[in-house]
Design a protein around this ligand. Structure first.
Ligand SMILES: [Zn+2]
Length: 278
């Protein structure tokens, strides 16, 4: 908590410094940390880039950026105003500690997939990639997020995983445990880009496009209650908790992406995201 406050203060100082140099400050809110997402706003007509890469800006000047699990300590946000003036802001990205998690009792086939799964698996990962590669104009991400299900957090973003004793790549989801059949709701509104009941590792899976490249992926569902292309509101039921795919017990695995950058869902719901401007 202390560390979080310090980075908050540093960011505030940087923003004040930047604001004193330019007529128009950039408004930022959210969590400037590894896995965090920031909501931003600039004057309409301005363009924005993060570490040199262009960032989508809406007609009202809204934009969203995010930081991956292994993001460096600093990021540079550049804003080019309509009148040609350029504003550069340094963002301090808080470093986090990630635990090691052991998960046992998984179906062995899902930990070491048999060769005959390869073709189907390639198709499934392609479908996930396609569903996440959209950057539509919806502003559903702007209203923030709610937890997709009631229940205990049973697995965390960024943790190094050891599955049935085999070391694996980090886990990028927030796992919420609950009984089979408990409702899962949309964490934010959007358009359903993928809805399939039986992926090999994810089981029942839904991907919701919240706009501007921000997507939620939810899986291990017992039932998938929406269809591809369907528009959902925040809090609307999209399925139920299950233990389908590579799951040792009933839970929902919730992931949030900003394009290819994997964000930590927990920072969107708990602790309360910092509300800006800082
Ligand atoms: Zn998980």
């Amino acid at each position: 908590m202390k560390q979080r406050n310090i980075s908050h203060i540093i960011l505030s100082i940087l923003l004040v410094a930047a604001a004193s140099l330019a007529a128009q400050a950039v408004e930022l809110s959210g969590t400037a940390a590894q896995g965090g997402m920031l909501w931003g706003k600039v004057a309409p007509g301005a363009t924005v880039s993060l570490d040199g890469a262009p960032v989508k800006v809406g007609p009202g000047g809204n934009f969203v950026i995010g930081f991956g699990r292994d993001a460096g300590a600093r990021a540079t946000l550049s804003v080019q105003h309509k009148d040609g003036a350029t504003e550069v802001q340094d963002i301090a990205v808080r470093k986090r500690h990630f635990d090691i998690e052991r998960v046992d009792g998984l179906p062995p086939k899902t930990v070491t997939p048999p060769p005959e799964w390869r073709e189907r698996r390639a198709k499934e990962t392609g479908m996930v990639r396609d569903a996440r590669s959209v950057a539509t104009d919806q502003l559903d991400w702007l209203a923030g997020f709610v937890r997709p299900a009631e229940g205990r957090f049973s697995g965390f973003y960024g943790s190094q995983r050891i599955l049935n004793g085999v070391p694996r790549s980090p886990h990028y989801g927030l796992d919420i445990a609950g009984p089979v059949g408990r409702p899962i709701v949309a964490p934010a509104g959007g358009i359903v880009r993928l809805a399939v009941p039986d992926f090999l590792l994810e089981g029942g899976i839904v991907i919701i496009d919240h706009g501007f490249g921000v997507t939620s992926t939810l899986f291990h569902m017992n039932s998938v209650d929406v269809e591809k292309g369907q528009v959902v509101k925040q809090g609307e039921q999209i399925g139920t908790i299950g233990k389908t795919g590579r799951a040792s017990g009933p839970h929902v695995d919730w992931r949030v992406n900003w394009g290819n950058v994997r964000l930590d869902p927990i920072l969107l719901i708990e602790p309360e995201p910092m509300k800006g401007p800082f």
